[in-house]
Design a protein around this ligand. Structure first.
Ligand code: TXA
Ligand code: MG
Length: 344
């Protein structure tokens, strides 16, 4: 398939809108990560997304809207949804609600619920407005690869597999949206942490439960609330090991372990000079925003250096956006975490 790589001028957005209206696939930027979009009302268009990504058909797609007001056309919103929408939409939040019949099962992987998100990125908004459709879009990476935070990531994974790729520059947040499932009038489950933090959700809702899959690997017989959370994800071909403990002890431990040239380190900017091998900086230890922006870039950079067989990574702080950084990093590590104590 011929892929057009375009900028985000009004003409190019109109061209992309036309592709979407005629059943094609368009990669577009959002504030979280790049998305791979198709008409969410057209089951066969959505089916092409699964083929382009190599995505299992039981892993549902998020439906993107220009305005939260439109949600009632596609699902059954509740008062808690309205509260969340007033505070966080447009923005990096996806809310799972019971779906209406107009959303095809291909989009929801056979589930009777649908994930609704209203992105804030100006190009995503312009595209949604120009096509006048809800857009079903997963992250624009090949299945199992880290989500694309720069257009070149999407080009590397999907060139030749989609009709158009719109370049909107690097994504500001860098990790995918927060996903919540509403479970009652004043209760919800956090299925995937992201740009809207657990603490912010607690300001709106009394009972926020964090799903087990955020912290730990699900057993073979356990059902994932968000089907995507059960799949291997983000992992570079090198083995990633996350190290947790008092900061100085972690530095000493990783220094000892990472002497071989085949061993890389994912660390904070402040600690970069402690290590001699290939080092990948997550940005400042004090900025979870920087860590979120850089994590997927680091994982892709590691994949680009084939001689690296093993990578040691610092465990980030888990407050605020740090919970999302921790979740993606431990998933990349297949939940392998080593704990060090002061004296080691
Ligand atoms: O920031 C984002 O959310 C990006 C941008 C493009 O919007 N999209 C994204 O989509 O990350 P994707 O497909 O890579 O991740 C969607 C996750 C998957 O884990 C999927 O299982 C879950 O959302 N999901 C979607 N619909 C669901 C539903 N009805 N019930 C439970 N989980 C759902
Ligand atoms: Mg994804």
């Amino acid at each position: 398939m011929k892929t057009i790589v375009a900028g985000n001028s009004q003409d190019e957005i109109l061209q992309a809108a036309k592709i979407l209206r005629t059943g094609g696939l368009v990669v577009f930027p959002t504030e979280t990560v790049y998305g791979l979009g198709a008409n969410a009302l057209d089951g066969s268009a959505a089916g092409r997304i699964y083929a382009a990504k190599g995505r299992p058909s039981d892993n549902p797609l998020i439906v993107h809207l220009a305005d939260p007001e439109q949600a009632k056309e596609y699902c059954f919103p509740t008062p808690l949804f309205e509260k969340l929408a007033a505070r966080f939409m447009p923005g990096p939040l996806t809310v799972i609600l019971p779906k209406k019949d107009c959303i095809p099962e291909t989009v929801t992987g056979g589930l009777d619920t649908v994930g609704i998100r209203v992105p804030s990125h100006p190009t995503a908004k312009a595209l949604l407005q120009a096509c006048g459709l809800p857009i079903a879009a997963p992250s624009a990476n090949l299945s199992t690869k880290p989500s694309p935070t720069r257009v070149e990531h999407a080009v590397r994974d999907l060139y030749g597999r989609v009709d158009m790729i719109i370049d909107g520059g690097p994504c500001i947040i860098g990790l995918e949206s927060t996903i919540v499932k509403l479970t009652g009038e004043d209760s919800m489950t956090l299925l995937r942490p992201g740009g809207v933090t657990y603490e912010q959700l607690c300001e709106i809702c009394r009972n926020v439960t964090v799903d087990k899959a955020v912290y730990s690997r699900l057993g073979d017989n356990e059902k994932a609330e968000a089907p995507g959370m059960k799949y291997r994800h983000y992992a570079p071909s090198a083995q990633v090991i996350v190290v947790e403990g008092p900061h100085e002890a972690v530095i000493r431990y990783i220094k000892q372990k990472s002497v071989a040239a085949s061993c890389g380190v994912i660390c904070f900017e402040e600690d970069k000079t402690c290590f001699s091998g290939p080092v990948f900086s997550l940005g400042s230890r004090l900025s979870t925003e920087q860590q979120a922006q850089k994590l997927f870039d680091c994982l892709r950079a590691i994949d680009g250096q084939k001689e690296i067989e093993r990578v040691y990574a610092f465990m980030p702080e888990t407050g605020g956006l740090g919970l999302a950084v921790m979740n993606r990093l431990v998933k990349a590590a297949g939940f392998i975490i080593e704990h060090v104590k002061e004296e080691e």
